[in-house]
Design a protein around this ligand. Structure first.
Ligand SMILES: NC(=O)c1ccc[n+]([C@@H]2O[C@H](COP(=O)([O-])OP(=O)(O)OC[C@H]3O[C@@H](n4cnc5c(N)ncnc54)[C@H](OP(=O)(O)O)[C@@H]3O)[C@@H](O)[C@H]2O)c1
Length: 354
């Protein structure tokens, strides 16, 4: 069996490649990546992670998925059985200013992947987002609830879902953090070295989701070729404020340093609107009898332990005088941050979940 992972250099893509290759992802829960989530999975053709399953990762600049001919040539050469399509332009606020680029990277590129995979009979698993919802639901969103994206990013990702249609699997997830890449956990750990309060948005609710737990669940969907939409998040929910407190506590810092602010108080406001409550009920997964992903706090503890004080993107000097006003995609470049640090995400580099 052969699996292609797009976006393989991204934070989720890197863990997907590890898990599908039979390697334990950093911050994983043990059991050669996946534990209960991967237990009892019958892999096609007798190949399983680390045992004959071939994994090929691709990303920019090697392959630009907006190039239809290049995607077709790549897929026809590789002839995969499955494609996990994790590539996306995830700079949520930048998408607002460049809708054409957002729809090219997130929707048209998905059309190309679906078309090329379809010609080879390969199953596509497309990674989508809670941003397809408007965040006004008083209860967690079901897979069958109608999407209503509020941002260009959300609309472009929803358009990608429409490209997959009933020909593959759509996995919606949220607030993604992993060992690799920039994310909320690393941002908070970095800001922990600065004096003064840290301010995080307390009126946006969601479920932090950790790639070390998400990747094995996606691998299971790949193995079983389960069609349709699945919400896949770690269990439990919080706010960005609660998340920041938990990160500090997990790293042995004073959680009381975090203060809640309202989204309306972000200065300047973020260009892209965020859903106020985008907790995803993992109903399709749960009702299929599949084991729930670990509680997000448990997964956070594992990631913080894996990162230590010198994990990628965490170490470095404190940011003197910074108060981080943050929301999704806003934690790094919050209202009052000091610009110009080399390892700090710049406004144009802010990705989803930071
Ligand atoms: N991060 C979150 O909080 C979050 C939440 C919900 C859903 N998701 C979804 O989960 C998936 C993985 O997210 P992630 O956090 O791992 O994102 P990521 O770290 O930004 O990785 C995405 C990768 O896709 C690449 N890419 C962008 N445009 C491409 C193109 N035209 N052709 C080929 N590759 C391209 C990116 O390259 P460059 O870096 O060079 O652009 C990057 O390496 C995405 O589909 C995202 O929409 C993420």
């Amino acid at each position: 069996m052969r699996v292609v992972v797009t976006g393989a250099a991204g934070q989720l893509g890197r863990d997907l490649v590890d898990v599908l290759s039979g390697r334990e992802p950093m911050g994983g829960c043990g059991g050669a990546s996946g534990g209960a989530v991967l237990a009892g999975v019958a892999w096609p053709r007798g190949a399983s992670p680390g045992r004959g399953l071939e994994v090929l990762g691709t990303d920019l600049p090697e392959l630009d998925l907006t190039d239809r001919a290049a995607v077709r040539a790549y897929i026809e050469t590789v002839r995969p059985d499955a494609v996990v399509h994790a590539a996306a332009w995830t700079a949520v606020d930048d998408c607002e200013g460049d809708p054409d680029r957002a729809f090219a990277a997130n929707a048209l590129a998905t059309r190309h992947v679906v078309e090329a995979a379809g010609r080879m009979g390969a199953h596509v698993v497309y990674i989508s987002t809670d941003y397809v919802f408007d965040g006004t639901s008083p209860r967690p969103y079901l897979e069958w609830d109608p999407p209503r994206p509020m941002s260009v990013y959300g609309r472009s990702k929803h358009a990608g879902e429409l490209e997959v249609g009933d020909r593959g699997t759509v996995v919606r997830t949220s607030w993604v953090c992993g060992f690799h890449g920039a994310n909320m956990v690393k941002t908070v750990l970095r800001l922990a070295g600065s004096p003064g309060p840290l301010r995080f948005v307390g009126d946006q609710h969601g479920s932090p989701t950790f790639t070390a737990d998400l990747a094995p669940a996606i691998a299971r969907l790949v193995a079983e070729r389960r069609p349709g939409v699945f919400h896949l998040t770690n269990s439990g929910a919080t706010t960005w404020f609660g998340f920041a407190q938990a990160v500090l506590a997990a790293a042995g810092h004073d959680a009381a340093r975090v203060e809640p602010i309202a989204t309306a108080d972000l200065d300047p406001p973020r260009p892209a609107p965020r859903p106020a409550s985008s907790v995803l009920d993992n109903a399709a997964w749960r009702l299929s009898g599949l084991p729930a992903l670990a509680d997000w706090n448990d997964a956070l503890g594992r990631l913080v332990a894996a990162l230590g004080v010198a994990g990628p993107g965490v170490a470095g000097p404190g940011v003197a005088g910074v108060s981080a006003g943050t929301g999704r995609g806003a934690a790094g470049p919050g209202a009052n941050r000091v610009p110009g640090r080399g390892d700090e995400p710049t406004a144009s580099a802010v990705k989803e979940g930071i």
